[in-house]
Design a protein around this ligand. Sequence first.
Ligand SMILES: [Zn+2]
Length: 271
Amino acid sequence: MQELPELDIYRALLTEQFAGAQITGIEISNVKAFQADEEQVQRDVVGKVIWFVERRGLHLLLHMDNGKRLLLHLGQGAYLYKGSEADKPTRTAQVKLYFGDVILFCLGLRADDLQLLTVKEVEEKLGRFGPDVFDKRLTVDRFIARFAKKRGAIKTALMDQNVISGIGAIYSDEICYAAAVRPDAKIPLFERETWERLYEAMHSILNEAISQGGAGVQPFAEGDSLTGGHHDHFKIYDREGKICQRCGGVIEKIDISGRKAFVCSDCQKDQ
Ligand SMILES: [Zn+2]
């Protein structure tokens, strides 16, 4: 799963490698992954220069010099690799973007994970999502207000991209742990102070993960030593049966509406 920190690392790496670079060709081996017709691709993608790369919530946006955007979503198991014909991943890439001899391999893409869009279409698509975690306008008061209509477990609400965008299954557990709140704690019980701890934890957890290179498993290129540095730093996620570093309790795996979550029942509370 690629969540906000992993996508932010991709944003930085793609910017470093491809800002100012011209797309010289594109090869699509799974037409469902990128459903644009050949004529449109030749006219609107090939020959265009990437100006910059932006991350919004759980999406990456490649801005091209013709004003069009390539919107990229990386679901479960999907990843990017920068290589060449001589240095390519063993798996088949659904889409290959060529920059001369350099190739950006997009692997594990599912239907519509890459889309060619106008600015207006991007806004229509992403506009329905809640604000990005790092949106400067998302103050603590606005953060609290986003959850006003929610009644269920906090983990589920944190992962709801219509509430705020950027958090998935892994970091929702880490954020709840840092805030000392159970992931299955019920939202109506929360006091303002609970929200303040969650708001603070959300920023500190995600910033820390970004600063350590995220938790991505696949390197972005040969010799990439940045990606995945955060992988061994999770305090609660996927640590069932291990000892809680904060209180010495035993970490449990629980089920919240059919989704797994990790919790230390000794130091994470209902509010
Ligand atoms: Zn604990």
